[in-house]
Design a protein around this ligand. Structure first.
Ligand code: FE
Length: 311
């Protein structure tokens, strides 16, 4: 049996040097991570007999990915972001933590600092009036015993009818379809919004180019993203995926989970429309969130992931 070149002691030593393990500077944790990446990369190149052309095509792809700002999209599309959720679920279970609304991926399109209001908000700027279907979204934030959590922050963001997000789509007004709502004394939040559209990866972008090579589509069902937080409770990153979408269980980013389906109801009744002060057909969706008690101050906070407009 021949030993793989990548496993030979002198090669292993070479990579330890390349990862800075033979010097006292730098960051030990990052050295450990880089060493592992180098070792695994060498194994892949050797075991899969990666050709020079394949290797340099991969390097070029990384440049294209970064240049298009799509690395956050690719990690969602390849299921790595979902895996991080599954890992967190398994760790919770192993430490006896259970209950509450399931977590699911954040995705790369959050923008910090959306307008803050108490109890209710209108999410859209009215620019799609007559095109979009008005959606009334409401629900409560509860603890595991079903008691309301007053003053919880419901930070939500969604796409417009074209499947685009404000800030990233410069044709939309600032913070369109992005709001933070503080729950009232009954733990309730209310939003007047529009029915979001599902969306797909840029067909000309590097993420879709990768998915094409895998024979996969890059489509997501319509959904609304949420960060839910309150003092003393675990921060929750999640999404409601709309029940009527064909891609509900065929999401390229694997964000749809049991317990995160929003039952959307459409109403055509003119009397109901008049009562709601809207023209014609509208939609309603109710969704309650349950938060788990936090076991540390850190657990009350979202990750430090770099985000748009973060202070
Ligand atoms: Fe999204």
């Amino acid at each position: 049996m021949t030993t793989r070149i990548s496993h030979q002691p002198e090669i292993q030593q070479f990579f330890r040097q390349a990862a800075g393990l033979d010097n006292a500077g730098g960051n030990p944790r990052n050295k450990e991570i880089v060493l592992r990446i180098l070792k695994e990369t060498a194994r892949i190149i050797e075991d899969l007999q990666i050709t020079d052309d394949e290797f340099w095509a991969g390097v070029s792809y990384l440049n294209r990915l970064g240049g298009s700002n799509e690395a956050g999209l690719l990690v969602a599309g390849l299921g790595v972001e979902h895996f991080i959720d599954l890992l967190a679920d398994a760790r919770d279970e192993a430490s006896g933590v259970s209950g509450g609304t399931p977590r699911t991926i954040e995705g790369p399109l959050y923008v910090a600092g959306a307008p803050l209001s108490e109890g209710e908000a209108r999410m859209d700027d009215g620019s799609e009036d007559g095109v979009a279907t008005v959606m009334f979204l409401e629900g409560r934030v509860l603890d595991l015993q079903g008691n309301p959590i007053a003053g919880a922050t419901v930070d939500l963001w969604q796409a417009d009818t074209k499947g685009n997000y404000s800030y990233f789509d410069k044709s939309q007004s600032d913070f369109n379809l992005r709001r933070r709502i503080l729950t009232d004394a009954e733990g309730r939040y209310r939003a007047r919004s529009i029915v979001p559209s599902g969306y797909g990866c840029d067909p000309a972008g590097p993420t879709q180019a990768c998915l094409d090579q895998l024979g996969r589509h890059g489509q997501r069902p319509a959904h609304v993203h949420f960060f839910i937080s309150a003092p003393g409770f675990e921060h929750l990153t999640t999404q409601i995926n709309l029940s009527n979408d064909d891609h509900l269980w065929d999401d390229f980013a694997y964000a749809t989970r049991d317990g995160l389906i929003g039952e959307i109801r459409f109403t055509e009744d003119p009397a109901q429309s008049a009562k709601r002060n809207v023209e014609g057909r509208f939609a309603e969706m109710s969704f309650d969130f349950q938060l788990r008690p936090a076991r540390s101050e850190q657990a009350t906070q979202r990750s430090q992931r770099p985000r748009a407009l973060q202070a």
